[in-house]
Design a binder for this molecule. Structure first.
Ligand SMILES: C[S@@+](CC[C@H](N)C(=O)[O-])C[C@H]1O[C@@H](n2cnc3c(N)ncnc32)[C@H](O)[C@@H]1O
Length: 298
């Protein structure tokens, strides 16, 4: 059983509602993807823009869109538009309550038990979420049941670790000093589901992969604060664990970080700036057609 510290120091099982409530409580006032100070994280921002553009295309002008594991609502805010109902769904109530935007409805629910009528959603999105779910195949089955005719599910996955050193570097460093972050065997991590794995998880739900769009971004990192700003926007559980650590430990991490970045990241044209890459797949799933289902294999 994985335990993660909560805001009050008690232990919460990783992936439970208590775990996510604790993570969001720590991060919610940071408005990670809001561009209020001109310090929008480059990598998370590029991913969000790409996901929103593909989702927008799939959703069409009207219709009903549900974002699964909506968190602080960066994607639902990007998708809200007149004539479209956007449902922000999450196991954690706190971040949903903070989304007060016309056209966005909050749904506090476990993804495995969405408590909606079947056949009503035109597009379901899942950004940085599938691998955080205890039973992703079961959730895909539940989601398939919610789709309206012609509906789609858009799932974001990370590319391989070598293309995602922006998150891998910080996660490895934090894993060494914060033992509570270590995942036990058998629990999925961010790189454990690739497009082939998604196809296998989706097949029992009667879903097939109909399109993949790849994307990539590079964040320019000048110092530890700049690195954590990019990292925290992409790895909330690790970010929350770092922010809960004693100040002295956080200071030691900041001091160690430049040496670690020097070993794993290239410098750009400006030698003072590390180039931290991230790459992703946006995978579109749709119900298999009747023709597909009755065609015998081979
Ligand atoms: C890594 S965060 C991603 C948040 C958001 N999609 C984004 O990209 O900013 C994963 C989200 O999934 C939610 N979540 C985790 N387990 C869930 C479950 N079983 N049902 C619904 N939401 C869940 C968490 O509360 C969290 O907001």
């Amino acid at each position: 059983m994985t335990a993660a510290p909560t805001t009050d120091g008690a232990a919460a099982t990783y992936g439970s509602r208590t775990h996510w409530d604790g993570v969001h409580a720590l991060l919610e006032d940071r408005a990670l993807l809001e561009d209020r100070s001109g310090a929008r994280p480059q990598a998370a921002g590029a991913l969000l823009d790409h996901m929103a553009a593909v989702a927008d295309r799939l959703a069409g002008a009207g219709g009903v869109v549900m974002d699964l594991g909506a968190g602080q609502g960066a994607l639902v805010r990007a998708l809200a538009q007149p004539g479209r109902l956007v449902i922000a769904s999450d196991i954690a109530a706190g971040p949903l309550a903070a989304i007060r935007v016309p056209g966005i409805a909050g749904l506090v629910a476990d993804a495995a038990r969405p408590a909606l009528k079947p056949g009503v959603i035109d597009l379901i999105t899942c950004l940085r979420g599938l691998w955080t779910l205890p039973d992703p195949a079961g959730v895909l089955t539940a989601m398939a049941g919610l789709l309206a005719p012609g509906g789609h599910i858009l799932v974001q996955l990370w590319d391989r670790p070598a293309r995602c050193r922006l998150i891998g570097t910080g996660a490895a460093l934090l894993g060494k000093v914060l033992p509570g972050l270590t995942r036990p065997a058998g629990e999925a991590g961010p790189f454990d589901i690739d497009p082939d794995g998604l196809v296998a998880l989706a097949a029992p739900a009667g879903l097939e992969l109909v399109a993949i769009e790849d994307g990539a971004a590079t964040a320019g990192i000048c110092d530890a604060a700049g690195y954590w700003r990019e990292f925290d926007a992409l790895a909330e559980t690790a970010a929350a664990a770092r922010l809960r650590a004693p100040a002295a430990l956080q200071a030691r991490l900041d001091a160690a970080l430049p040496g670690v970045l020097d070993r794993v990241l290239p410098r750009g044209g400006d030698a003072a700036v590390w180039q931290a890459p991230i790459a992703w797949h946006l995978c579109t799933l749709a119900p298999r057609t009747v023709q597909d289902r009755i065609t015998p294999p081979g």
